[in-house]
Design a protein. Structure first.
Length: 174
């Protein structure tokens, strides 16, 4: 878990002041650094909430993706592209989920070399439990007022679309 720093000052604000002295405007540096720090905080909170379920957030995401799929199964290739992770990371996550009894694996009949991962009943049950734990935590964003969550999402979405996360960014804006 990422431990609170407990400093008597905000290190990002302090870095911003030094940045301005040495390099110029610091608004983008402060914002980007804050995003990274918040990511560390959120992942630590998620991991703590998911630990009793023998899950990491990455494995939880795989299970949720399988729950959302029409058939409860997806090719490993599709899982990797939807979660934007390297194939090795998908394989490792699937291996752990299979070992836990949350996922089964079988050859993909539509692709001779491909593999399908499917969620088991035990996997569906753990998704329900883990989702309740994350919801109880407000996904780590309980300090953000409800009225500001959409604004936060919209700001971060602009960054994602600008980076090419969605092929047709104009269609994704609406």
């Amino acid at each position: 878990m990422v431990r609170p720093l407990g400093l008597p000052f905000d290190p990002i604000e302090r870095a911003g002041a030094s940045w301005e002295e040495h390099f110029g405007p610091a608004a983008t540096m402060r914002a980007a650094t804050s995003v990274f720090r918040v990511q560390q905080i959120l992942l630590a909170r998620f991991d703590e909430a998911l630990r009793p379920h023998a899950l990491t957030f990455a494995r939880y995401e795989v299970l949720v993706l399988l729950v959302f799929s029409r058939t409860g199964e997806l090719p490993l290739k599709v899982i990797g592209s939807r979660l934007m992770v390297h194939p090795t990371s998908v394989t490792n996550a699937i291996d752990r989920l299979v070992a836990a009894g949350y996922v089964h694996r079988r050859p993909n009949p539509a692709d001779g070399r491909g593999v399908l991962a499917g969620i088991t009943e035990r996997g569906r049950a753990v998704v329900e439990e883990a989702t309740s734990a994350l919801n109880a935590l407000d996904f780590g964003l309980g300090d953000v007022p409800e009225a500001e969550l959409q604004t936060l999402f919209d700001i971060l979405k602009r960054v994602r679309l600008g980076a090419g996360d969605v092929a047709d960014a104009e269609a994704a804006v609406g």
